[in-house]
Design a protein around this ligand. Structure first.
Ligand SMILES: C[S@@+](CC[C@H](N)C(=O)[O-])C[C@H]1O[C@@H](n2cnc3c(N)ncnc32)[C@H](O)[C@@H]1O
Length: 251
């Protein structure tokens, strides 16, 4: 039985009814949307910019391509893709949460990014796009929050063109014990305090730390991608595996 078919699932370390998780996740991102970008820089010491830059490099985005930045939030990847695909290409920033979309749209418009980007409120589990539509799909720090990850991966496979590439950038499992210890200390003792100070919301950053621990590790996620129909799946660990970039193709 897949996670989404079961009656319960996890929201961080809590067990909740599966049909309640989306609402709880929505609460987190409505709460942090306005301070999301600054919090990302502070809590990762700016390293998330490097993880995202590497993702863009691996994407191979070129002029004229159609790109889906799924769970795109405040649009960091969308902004970069918009420059790469140019006027003949298109980038869709899709996210389930209208607060995050609103912050993203305002930020990108302020940067003058208007021509080739559209914004769609959508659930990754049931994407409202035609079959075989996108050359590239990215989902950065989004899959962890989705209730039925298998359904979401199948949905991404459906809307990807044959020859297209999926990139999943997500927190994963640090490779060395010493790193795990330091990271645990940081995540559970420091992060919620930073969240409290900057966003006045410690709970959302406690959820972040817990949801990372509950997320499938590198090899499990790779197998989930294979099961959803992706081929030539592999991954690259970054920062000792605190984050991994998974890649898979549809043929
Ligand atoms: C941690 S943010 C990542 C935002 C952006 N991709 C980045 O890397 O900065 C996670 C995003 O996933 C979105 N999300 C959560 N569940 C989703 C779902 N089922 N479908 C689409 N987006 C979802 C949230 O609304 C949020 O904007």
């Amino acid at each position: 039985m897949s996670e989404g078919e079961s009656k319960s699932t996890h929201f961080g370390y809590k067990t909740v009814e599966a049909d309640k998780k989306a609402e709880l996740v929505a609460g987190v991102f409505h709460s942090v949307a306005a301070k999301y970008d600054i919090m990302n820089d502070v809590m990762s010491f700016g390293i998330h910019r490097y993880w995202k830059r590497y993702t863009i490099e691996v994407s191979g985005a070129r002029p004229g391509m159609k790109v889906l930045d799924l769970a795109g939030g405040t649009g960091d990847l969308t902004a970069k893709f918009s420059h790469l695909v140019g006027d003949k290409g298109e980038v869709v920033l899709a996210d389930i949460n209208d607060s995050m979309l609103k912050v993203g749209r305002t930020k990108l418009r302020d940067k003058g990014i208007v021509n080739n980007v559209s914004y769609v409120q959508a659930n990754a589990e049931a994407l409202p796009f035609p079959d075989n539509h996108f050359d590239i799909i990215t989902i950065a720090f989004g899959l962890r929050n989705v209730t039925d990850k298998d359904a979401a991966l199948r949905s991404m496979n459906r809307v990807l063109k044959p020859g297209g590439k999926l990139l999943v950038l997500e927190f994963s499992k640090p490779q060395h014990e010493i790193m795990r210890k330091v990271y645990d200390l940081y995540s559970f003792k420091v992060l919620p305090k930073m969240g409290e100070f900057i966003t006045k919301d410690a709970d959302s950053y406690e959820y972040l730390a817990e949801s990372i621990r509950m997320h499938p590790d590198q090899d499990t996620l790779k197998q989930m991608m294979v099961d959803a129909g992706f081929e030539q799946c592999d991954y690259t660990n970054m920062t000792d595996g605190i984050v991994a970039l998974h890649r898979g193709y549809k043929f």
